[in-house]
Ligand binder design. Structure first.
Ligand code: HEM
Length: 420
């Protein structure tokens, strides 16, 4: 069964040694394992002892965990066996308030809708965006306090990704923090911070829909433009969508472009602070920025998992999976699989095959914004290296309480400019 009590996980498991818990009782969906950054040894145990593992009871109901690189690849690319419907996170879709979105659809509807919006992150648009992103990055960096502590998550990671998102939607710039808020609300677990109940989430999401409906109505009567709302309003496969499907796809694009890139921006600062030799390597060889960005995306794995549902009875890693079972691909574990790479827990900016990580997924749902995210990160680091000789992390970060969004809620830093 699925449990409704938000206290379900509070004191559970987190302080225990994973090797003291019977294998069958392990439940890696516990959001506190991630918030307290202790999930690593739990996944290592599963990879070694039960790479396709059944958890019979959890807050999210029963589910299978797939934790090795090769098995995850197999699930992610076997679309005829594993469905993305009706939801791609452990949390089930709200039956009274379903939010259809193309990441949680199978073929052919997925392909038709993805085709409508994919040009927004295509090569031509990326060329168009590059100078805009650089200008905004410079503006944010040049207005940061120097020599005193501030929160990198709020002042840089959130600010830059929100500006980018506002650009993709051609969203009123002064209202851009609404996007951050709706992104956070849509992934929050009721009772664990931002919202108290599912009902509250619905109310907030309806406010989001109302705002975006105003923008749709403006654009649908104008010639097609390059922003996401115009693309949806004019696209053949999307222009007659019911309002909830418009909302669902908005949530997808807001969360897709927001939390993930935000976490990577914070992770890059944190990882380079804790690995000064890697930072020195980057300073002496700035052409390693692209590779450092890919390594950060692997090392952080901004989305810890994607979930599928078995369409038919099937076998995986010697386990019998039944039609209807939830199957969770833990990218956060596959990216640390010792069978797939050497020293997976280390942050090594010039790793061979650095882009072969799982963080963007594989198959028909492979991330649509990966090139855009990498470009944002590259520009950020090109501009950081011009200005600062060091970004010092002065306090351990606080982390998101979630087993889906793997990120940071605060990261206090002090900047040390080249010419102090
Ligand atoms: C470092 C940053 C990012 C990470 C780690 C990330 C990760 C992911 C993952 C894991 C998936 C699902 C893959 C699968 O199921 O196989 C996905 C899909 C998606 N991402 Fe990203 N993403 C990032 C940035 C972005 C950005 C900037 C956008 C903005 C447009 C975006 C838009 C999407 C969309 C629309 C999908 C759904 C694709 C589909 O279902 O066909 N992502 N992303």
């Amino acid at each position: 069964m699925t449990h409704n009590n938000p206290e379900y996980y509070a004191a559970n498991q987190v302080d225990q040694d994973p090797y003291d818990v019977p294998l069958e009782s392990i439940d890696v969906a516990n959001p506190y394992l991630f918030a307290q950054d202790v999930h690593g040894p739990w996944f290592k145990r599963l990879r070694d002892e039960a790479p396709v593992h059944y958890c019979a009871d959890s807050f999210f109901g029963p589910y299978w965990s797939v934790t090795r690189y090769e098995d995850i690849m197999q699930v992610d690319t076997s679309h005829e066996i594993f469905s993305s419907e009706p939801a791609i996170t452990l949390r089930d879709a709200d039956e009274d308030f379903p939010l259809p979105m193309f990441i949680a659809m199978d073929r052919p509807k997925h392909d038709e809708q993805r085709k409508v919006v994919s040009p927004v992150t295509g090569p031509a648009n990326l060329r168009y965006f590059e100078p805009i992103i650089r200008e905004r990055t410079i503006d944010v960096l040049d207005h940061l306090p120097v020599g005193e502590a501030f929160d990198w998550v709020d002042k840089v990671s959130i600010e830059l990704t929100t500006r980018m998102l506002a650009t993709l939607f051609d969203f009123p710039f002064e209202d851009r923090r609404k996007l951050t808020y709706w992104s956070d609300v849509s992934t929050a677990i009721p009772g664990m911070g931002l919202i108290e109940t599912e009902d509250e989430r619905r109310q907030e999401m309806l406010v989001c829909l109302e705002f975006f409906t105003g923008l749709w109505n403006e654009r649908v009567n104008k010639p097609p433009a390059n922003d996401l709302i115009s693309m949806l309003a004019h696209g053949e496969a999307t222009r007659n969508m019911p309002p909830v499907e418009y909302l669902g796809n908005l949530v997808l694009l807001i969360v897709g472009g927001n939390d993930t890139t935000r976490s990577t921006m914070s992770a890059s600062v944190y990882a380079l602070h804790n690995n000064p030799q890697q930072f020195d390597k980057l300073v002496s060889q700035p052409d390693l920025i692209d590779s450092m960005v890919a390594e950060t995306i692997r090392w952080q794995t901004p989305l810890a998992h994607m979930r599928r549902r078995a369409k038919i009875d099937t076998e995986l890693g010697g386990q019998q999976i039944k039609a209807g079972d939830k199957v969770v691909m833990w990218y956060v574990s596959g990216n640390r699989d010792e069978r797939f790479m050497e020293k997976p827990d280390d942050f090594i900016i010039d790793r061979p095959d650095v882009r072969k990580h799982l963080s963007f997924g594989f198959g028909i749902h492979r991330c649509m914004g990966n090139r855009l995210a990498e470009m944002q990160l590259r520009i950020l680091w090109e501009e950081i290296l011009q200005r600062f000789k060091r970004i010092e992390v002065v306090q351990e970060p606080e982390r998101t309480i979630s087993s889906f969004v793997h990120g940071y809620t605060s990261l206090p830093v002090v900047l040390h400019p080249h010419h102090a």
